[in-house]
Design a protein around this ligand. Sequence first.
Ligand SMILES: Cc1cc2nc3c(=O)[nH]c(=O)nc-3n(C[C@H](O)[C@H](O)[C@H](O)COP(=O)(O)OP(=O)(O)OC[C@H]3O[C@@H](n4cnc5c(N)ncnc54)[C@H](O)[C@@H]3O)c2cc1C
Length: 478
Amino acid sequence: MKTTRRNFILTAASGSLGALATTAQAAKPSGKQSGVIVIPERKVPVLAEADVVVCGGGTAGISAACCAARHGAKVVLLERWPSLGGMATNALVNIWHTSDRKKQVIRGFVQEAVDRGGRFVRRMAHFPTKPETHEFDSTGMRVVFDRMTKDAGVRVFCGLTAVESIVEDGRLRAVLVDTKTGRKAVCGKIFVDATGDGDVAANAGLLFDFGRVSDGGVQGMTMMFRLRDIAPAVIKAHPEDAKRVFALMKKLRDEGRFPQFLEAAALSYLSSPRDPVVSYNMCPVAGNPLHEEELTRLTAQAREQVYRYVDLWREQMPGFEEAEVEQLGFSLGIRESRRIRGLKTLDARMVVKAVKQPDAIGHGFWMIDIHDPKGTGHTTWVDQKREMMPPVGESYHIPLGICLNAKLPNLAVVGRCASTTHEGLASVRLQSHCMVMGQGVGTCAALALNAGADMAKFDVRRLQAQLRKDGVYLEDVP
Ligand SMILES: Cc1cc2nc3c(=O)[nH]c(=O)nc-3n(C[C@H](O)[C@H](O)[C@H](O)COP(=O)(O)OP(=O)(O)OC[C@H]3O[C@@H](n4cnc5c(N)ncnc54)[C@H](O)[C@@H]3O)c2cc1C
């Protein structure tokens, strides 16, 4: 591809590629809107050009970038945080699920990540009879993701944020990124939005849904944390104390004197740690992850909650006397925000009925796992006693159509911002499922470019054949 440098002109006058109208909302300290700032025309230097530009370096984006590069595309990966991995590394969400409770149905890039992970990944003993399959060390996986992208030939930029999408003649031409040295442009032929929040697609004007139908609430967020210096043998010798402390936590919480916590997990965390260092997924908060001030407040609140749990346990629970917080998530764990409307929408029926799709790019099987948007720590679908997941030994297809859209043929979305209902997302948001999307879309982008076709027009049978060759589990395609 040609690498001549171009300049983009930002102007308040028109909406074309070379001249973009843009306004910025400013807020008074009180939070009231105080109008707009008109940005004067200015030149924006081009930072990079590529065949495929992947925005967002979480598990979905890493997978998309590596797979596109391996099929010959020149790939740029843009990430706002200092390290790759998204929720997997920076929010300490350290588990991958690959089994339909009888056999492994997610392989391909996910299996590669497991294999490359080496000593940082621990396969669970009950595999494959339970879906929980692999735990990993989030710190070590940062290095593994660096190595994987480097070996695939992906050009990675961390520390910049995609803030605007430049659309011209029905195609996305560039994303503008904010860097330490000002705003710059990254141009490409195909773009993959893997930001989790669908920033690029929303900025490009694609329609999206947000939250559940009843009240617009998105799934609760969670601050993951790790404790060290726990004494598992002492804890196991005091099962009655675990029950007593659990009851005390519930009582104090119900009296408003203790924060919310994930009940389903708390008792087992208190009673049966396997190791002296344990990861905890039990600290819920509720709110809008796209609202900066709210997110800042909730993140601080969650950090505070973690220390409230730990202080109580140190005081009350034998075996926790020396426990100390080893790590807190760098970010709150975010489960849901924008869901970009696509050619297809994955819903609860498709999940629990294990529906097969002609444009399948891989399999999914996880349950409809909805963390209460009110932040109580309950999982709401279970509360309603509905069918939760495909039958044992069955899985559903993840269709390419949930990643493509009707408006911009050179933009795809992967990961938790794909086209789903609130309920469908509660299954397909899993990292292993997000990586399946990444592999399908990254491969599709490279093959479509080689063929001179748009992704939606590319022969899906050829794509499926390539994915199988690359180790993807893909069965029962109608
Ligand atoms: C507490 C918690 C527990 C979970 N438990 C599990 C579990 O047990 N197993 C499991 O598999 N999944 C679990 N999940 C779900 C899973 O972690 C996420 O759904 C998954 O990581 C989403 O991957 P992603 O790549 O789509 O998005 P993310 O991991 O969110 O990655 C998005 C990346 O894009 C970057 N980014 C965002 N905006 C921009 C921008 N404008 N410009 C540049 N970069 C940007 C972000 O910094 C981030 O690195 C859990 C989630 C949470 C929060």
